[in-house]
Design a protein around this ligand. Sequence first.
Ligand SMILES: Cc1ncc(COP(=O)(O)O)c(C=O)c1O
Length: 454
Amino acid sequence: MCDALSDTAQLADLFAQHGSPLNLHHLGPFGDNYRAYADLLDQHNLKHLIFFARKANKSKAFVQAAQQLGFGVDTASYRELAQALELGNAPEKLVLTAAIKPAKLVRLALENDVLIVLDNVDECVLVDTLAREMGKTAIVGIRISGFTVAGEQLYSRFGFPVDDAVAFISQMGATYPNLQFKGFHFHLNGYSRHERGAALATTIACADSLREMGIATDFIDIGGGLLVRYLQEQSQWETFMHELKRAVRGEREPITFGNNPLGLQLVAGKIYGEPNVYPYFNTTPKATFLAEVLDYRAATGETVAAQLRNRAIELRLEPGRSLLDQTGITVAQVAFRKWDSRGDLLVGLEMNRTQMYSSSADFLLDPLLVYRDDPRPTLPPAASEIMGYFVGAYCLEQDIILKRKIPFARVPEIGDWVCFPNTAGYMMHFYETEAHLFELATNLVLRDGQFVLD
Ligand SMILES: Cc1ncc(COP(=O)(O)O)c(C=O)c1O
């Protein structure tokens, strides 16, 4: 990141060619992130197949990299699947998990013998009918949900109720002759290792019941949702939360735009709830997260890893965000500086908030500033007289790029750059829109020391 940002001649060139903001990608960490998962699964002697959840980033470069590194791609739409096939990714290393599956998409998967994960009875009817018309047998996974963990049922709008799954699958051959059941799929909301472990144990029990009926389960796919650790120090997280609460209670000056509580509730001077943000600091990222899932002990006392191994069931995962950790940054150009009626500095950026946006109430990473006359990217100072907010190009009062107030070593100049680090997973792409007919940001990939179009 720092190398790319320090080369201000190259940056100026790229902005001149492609406009602002730019999404810059580096594929190195993608392979490292994959290998960390694969190594752990190998250490456990597990059969495994990892799919990159493409929805987390639109760039084709990751689809190609997955192919070169020998792992799979999870596709969630017609264009995601069509591109992966055009790029030459092997059909047996693709999975279709789209939440909505139009007939055109199902046909494409069937033509190429791509595994289709089915969510409901209507999808079973559609896929079975189209497969029959095309003279094909569809290879399918069944998505399940509604696991009971510690006496509570985990709700999801996706999938078949787990309690009905065995009965349903045992009838599938008779009801849907052109569907061939291969395995189970689930993807849980939230970041609980315990819930994933428990859901995996329940799914293995389903596979056992099916085996007694002579139906094999080749794989169990536990989806994505493996954590990324965005912050280096726990103290960064704790200090911010502490100061946010003080600000919301009015005990100090605001540290967020309009004293935004980021989801905290203030009732009669007391704070309730938690900020609605991703756990940007956590102690269980990536392979550590997966290790805890694998170590979950089923009722038999065995770990789920041992259960999978003993049954030769392949474990599948679909990480998106965590495979993209450290692979991308978003850089925008400063357009203006002004002081608003509250006396706050507003730094206008040539971008809008959909170009760096997550479902979190805010993106809690510090930006890097690149002053053109001093090309060493700098983090915000610990404290400064000069504090302000980044604002964007949409005609919305809410087009505030970061809700946090940022200290500046000095007021940026027009044409300086602001870099938002580690944005490749969802932040740069998932919510981007073309309102006002703004162009979408250009995606560039570092190849042989040069940033080239994705
Ligand atoms: C079915 C499915 N698989 C994989 C993922 C990727 O999750 P993550 O990027 O959090 O790893 C998602 C995300 O929504 C999903 O819905």
